[in-house]
Every structure is written in structure tokens, then in C-alpha cells.
Ligand binder design. Sequence first.
Ligand SMILES: [Mg+2]
Length: 428
Amino acid sequence: MNELNHLKQQVVLHIDINSYFATLLQQETPALRNKPVVVVKELGRSCVIAASKEAKLKGIGTGCSLAEAYQLAPDLVEMPAAFEMYFSATKRLKELFDQLSPSTEVFSLDEVFIDYAQIQKLYDSPYNFALKIQDKVKSILGEWVTCNIGIAENRFLAKMVGETAPKGSVRQVTAANKALILAQTQFKDVCGIGPRLAKRLGRIGVTVPYQINFIPTEVLRSMFGPFWSDELRKMGRGEEPLFLKRLANDLPYMKSVSRSITGYRLSSSQDLIMSTLYNLSEEVIYKLRKMKLAGRLVFCSLAGNHQFWADHLTLKYYVRHVSEMFDLIKYQLYPNWRNQFPVIRLHVGVSLLKPWSEIQDCWFPGWWQQEQISQAVDTLNDRYGLFTVTSGLLIQKEIIRPEVTGFLGDKKLNVARYFPEWKDSRES
Ligand SMILES: [Mg+2]
């Protein structure tokens, strides 16, 4: 009876490699092991985009400035990011997970969800399966590489419990400890509750997800609007919020680079939606170019309160320029969005990726001109930061910068600052 119930329940594993960027560098160069290592986008940059576990123990984290980091750890080792290495390691991880399960979803470069329900007959428990994964990860990426694994009934809880587990460990959410975990996890470890939302929840005394259960729906609605109040309600109960549910169904995530943003208010402004799509496309292409990749599937999705629209185009050629990607979105995908609705979340991306080395260059003069412009822009953006050179579309717009959970991060991102029209009027 018990076993039957167990079989019916969904089980998800969330695997997260510990301190991915820094750990891979330590794996490659043993002299860096046991040292506080920080990764910067390139030497000369002052923002820490990743820290090794030794650096984290000293209080250094993503978003720290190098000056702060040196104060916390004078013996710091500063390393430039090795994006090609990270990408190739991610590729190997993905291949490993695909061998272990038919249903895996890459969530970021070093995070993946695995649906255990489909493979439960092969293993005696999800816990033992998790231990096996930890071993396999070491055998693929090296003995220095450890990962946290969270196990739960949905992605939201699996990610949350994995996030808070000690480094290199496996932790499971059960009926017995679920409420406790929801009552003990700080918002910084809750996927979907960013610093700004956490701050506003803090104003009504809510500091952990469990407390959301005690806030009346009218209060949630008046403070956060219908979209976020529903999402928060689910998170308080440990249910999967909408953005994680959509992961599996709608988005060709595999081997893709994408960027999304959720505003704080619905917007119907075509102008704002268009410039935001451009802004996100620019970041996607920047990341693709950094990894010397191009893709032949371009996708775009928009979400409102309860509405959702997504479309994609599969091409015969590979896209690697902002203008190519954005023109496809603007002239081929966006016009298919017929029943328009006010939008709160936008997402664009490119998938079916291939390294430049495996793609034949295009011979049209127009393409070469774009390539030369893109190379010049890359050089300037590399030296002075992304969006140093940008389109007229973004003039007089607040620009959305890369997110820390992407890579090339900038932790102190304040969405509302870059998204003034969606700023909640009640926010001071
Ligand atoms: Mg990680």
C-alpha cells in the first residue's frame, strides 16, 4: 500500500555542481585546490562572478568586488573565466544525465533536473540513485568536482533542499520534514524569490516561504498583484510555481542559450516589449559569441497573468548576430502573437547550437559586414562591459544587465531599476 503510494508520487532530483566555475579551474590546475579562488569575466575586471568553496567560507561570493574579496582573503587567487571549458563540461554532464534518464532538463550550466519516476525500476531508491550520480560526476569531470543533490516531489522543493544541503551532500524532502524545510529556508535559497521580492515580503514580516501561508490572499493580491500572489501562494505550500512548470513543456532548453525576465507589473506597451526583447537578444548573442557558438532555432515567449504565448523558428542557417536574431523575432515570430495580452514575463533564446568551427561561413557580403560589426562590438563590450555599444532601440531605456544566475553575472541587479514601467507604484 505504502509502496503503491510511493510509486504514484512524482520524484524529482536537482543536481547542482558546487562552485562550478571555480571548481573546474581547480580540477584542471591542482595548485589552485584548497585556495580561495575567485573567477572574473576576464583579468582586469573588478566583479567576482564565481568563488571557490574556500573563498565562500571567507564570505566571498558572486557579485563581490575584487577589492572586497582581497580584504576578506589576502591570499586570493584571481582567475579569468574559461567559458569554453565550462560549456564543454556542461555538454559532458548533459550526455551523462541523458544516459542515466530519458527525462532530464538543463536548468543552467551546472544544474539539471532529473525525473526519477520514469527510471525508478532501475534503482532501489532515489537516494541511492543520487549517490551514483555523485560518483559518475566525479568520474566524468574529475575527483575535485562535487555536487549537491536535492530530492523532492517537484522541482521547486528539490532545488530548494539541494541549495541548503551541506556541500557535496544529498538531502531529501519528505512528508515529515517538508514544513520544517519551508520554515527554515531563507529567501536567498528559494528559486523564484529574488532580493527585491524578499525585501517586500520582509516588510510584512515574511522571511521564509512557510510564513506566506499565514498572509491572507487579499493582502498578497494588493501587495503583489494577481500573478505574484498566486506564485507566492504556491511557493508557501511547497508547490511548483509557474515558471518552473513551463520549463519542461514549452521551451527547447537543451543546448540553448536564453534569457528571460519577469517584471513586477503587467505591461501592454509595444515599445517596451520590443525594446526588452532586443535587450534580452543582445545578451543571448553576446553569450553565444563568447562561447563561439551559433544556433539555428530562435524562440521567443511571452507570459501574462494566465496567458502564455510562445513561438519558434527553425532555420537552415546558423544565427550569431544580434540583428539576425532580433529581426527574426520582430518580423517573423512577434507578428504571430495575435491575441495580445498584457505581459509580465519575456523570454528569448537560441538553440540547436553548434561551434563556429563546424559551420561554414556565409558568403553574402551583408553577412560579412554584420560579422565585422559584431566583432568590433564584442571587442568594445569585452573591454568596457556589455551594452557599451548598443542599438538605438535602447537609447533612453534602462538596460537590463546580465543576471547572476546566468553567467557573466552582476549580482546587484535591481530589476525595477532597469524596468521602470513595471515598477510597482507602492514601492518606495
Ligand atoms: Mg552550482
